[in-house]
Write a protein that binds this ligand. Structure first.
Ligand code: PRT
Ligand code: ZN
Length: 213
């Protein structure tokens, strides 16, 4: 069998549709059979793995997948040894700190000794350390935005896009920790043959992006 590249994409979620669209715009045809973990491209030496986004950096680091598409937020939080090879420009969002709307928040030091709920403990603790803030991080995996209203924490650190989730939970965004977008990641030591396929793919992605600008 000739060499091919394995691409990990999100099975279903906010990255899926734009990831698949980008691949199609690159002229790559494949059957995206619903619920199928694996599918092969018809006209490009690639195979797709549909996974949960949180698992993608680990699979790419292990070499189970050669490359993957994931949010930069997840890439940084999982802290896996992979290369960020190209920025894709979709699924843009920010990781922000938010507090109850009625709080008279003035500056970051107001969070000193406070409790903060998040699904991004690594990014948050690095940020707090950098700014010399000591706070109590509560890691929760979902529905972070309800933590203040149920009395679990004083603040949250979560992904924000339109801001309407914060709004409907009586919260206000007070600091942006970082801005994220979908990125293409790769295993650090691809074989020359697979690297060549990746280069070809990046070339096509750049052409698609250039045509849009
Ligand atoms: O099932 P799986 O684990 O694969 O998916 P997931 O549920 O963990 O992730 P998913 O599909 O929700 O998001 C995938 C990626 O999309 C994230 O890692 C981000 O990089 C990016 N992204 C872009 C977002 C958002 N926008 C976003 N708005 N991820 C999450 N949200 C959530 C946020 O957590 C909050 O609950 O949407 C809410 C806020 O949205 P607004 O518009 O109300 O501000
Ligand atoms: Zn996830």
């Amino acid at each position: 069998m000739s060499e091919m590249i394995r691409i990990a994409i999100q099975k279903s979620g906010r990255l899926s549709e734009d990831s698949l669209n980008l691949i199609r715009e690159c002229g790559i045809q494949f059957n995206n059979g619903t619920g199928k973990l694996k599918s092969e491209a018809a006209n490009f030496p690639a195979e797709f793995l549909s996974l949960r986004d949180d698992d993608i950096p680990g699979y790419v680091a292990d070499g189970v997948a050669d490359i993957g598409i994931v949010g930069e937020n997840v890439l940084i939080e999982t802290h896996q040894k992979v290369d960020l090879v190209h920025r894709l420009g979709f699924s843009k969002c920010r990781l922000s700190l938010a507090v109850p709307r009625g709080d008279d928040y003035r500056q970051l030091t107001d969070l000193h000794q406070k409790r903060i709920a998040t699904s991004y403990p690594r990014i948050l603790s690095n940020f707090l350390q950098e700014h010399k803030i000591e706070a109590d991080i509560h890691e929760i995996s979902g529905s972070v935005e309800i933590a203040p209203s149920i009395g679990l924490t004083d603040a949250i650190c979560d992904i924000v896009s339109s801001g309407s989730t914060l709004m409907s939970n009586g919260l206000k965004e007070v600091e942006v920790i970082f801005r994220s977008e979908a990125v293409l990641i790769a295993h650090p030591n691809l074989s020359p043959a697979r690297q060549q396929i990746l280069d070809k793919l990046i070339f096509r992605i750049k052409s698609v992006q250039a045509a849009k600008n």
